[in-house]
Design a protein around this ligand. Sequence first.
Ligand code: M6R
Length: 364
Amino acid sequence: DKAGHKHFMSKEIAEQPTVISETLAAYIANDASDINLPGDGVDFTKINRIVMASCGTAYYACLTAKYWFEQLAHLPVEVDFASEFRYRTPPVTEGTAALFVSQSGETADTLAALRYCEGKASSILAVTNVPESSIARESDLNMPIYAGAEIGVASTKAFTCQLTVLLLMALKAAHARGHLTGEELKVKLAALRGLPAIMNQAMGIEEAVRDVAVQLSHSRDALFLGRGVMFPLALEGALKLKEISYIHAEAYASGELKHGPIALIDENMPVIVMAPRDALFDKTVSNMQEVMARGGKVVLITDAAGAAEASDGVWHTIVLPDIDDVIAPILYALPVQYLAYHTAVAKGTDVDQPRNLAKSVTVE
Ligand code: M6R
């Protein structure tokens, strides 16, 4: 049932404020002062490293979480594609928590990576959308994402719910390890509880993004740029676009631009820049100006302050509501989802069942 939407993907994008509220309600204590993980939870004071292995969009959720765990909880994190991790014989030792993110909980490579860690890692953690799945069952602790069934092959609400659970874990770890006071935790939790309303408000950008998408649908290639925690989002934007619109898209960390990819820039190369007005904004904007100086057409995704400062000469600016820097990646998923969706609709491709793809990849 598409609930009046033309595609499951559009329905699932629209559901995000609701399902994120449910995820938050499942993990945040009633008095909003603490985060409850299922079962015995995780003792983050006994862990000195996290390894994560996943595929596709779930891998990008892990990459985002690396920034959070390192910055907030001072925990070193390594992230790998499950298909690489499983054959690389990486050392996994005492004190290491192994974490596997998977919507379906059945992805063959992710399951194999989990099994590789059995008997090696101190604890095996899973973040899944299907509690009966193999990955959920074979972990020591499964953290459900409460996204509800996701039908569209392109992951949307599962991604933002994965991010929500991973951010809650990182905050919990930061508090347990003494890097966030009880008061600071409360402030972050209050901000997180405000996210569904902000995301609802942000849905007002859909028409503006659709106009950009109609123009983007004529392009052969596109580039996504982001710095810091926006870099994994750029990767996710590129994956989403190629997956359903078949437009060739790549993502780079903004600072990498001048090390090669800038050679691609001309008037036929739209460049989507993800840049809230945060501590790294000026750096990203200077990369963006390098693109514009070479004739590149920029779509800037930012907030009101960022738009006021940097939209001169930009092809299109998409303005999102203000949000806490730490939470921003969850909100900034929305424009990249809309962009891919409306580009695919403009091209007339099969949005929910893109060619050559399966929802769950149970063979390697
Ligand atoms: O079920 P999983 O989360 O383990 O699936 C991982 C990937 O196959 C999946 O995220 C894929 O990349 C999506 N189609 C992306 O939209």
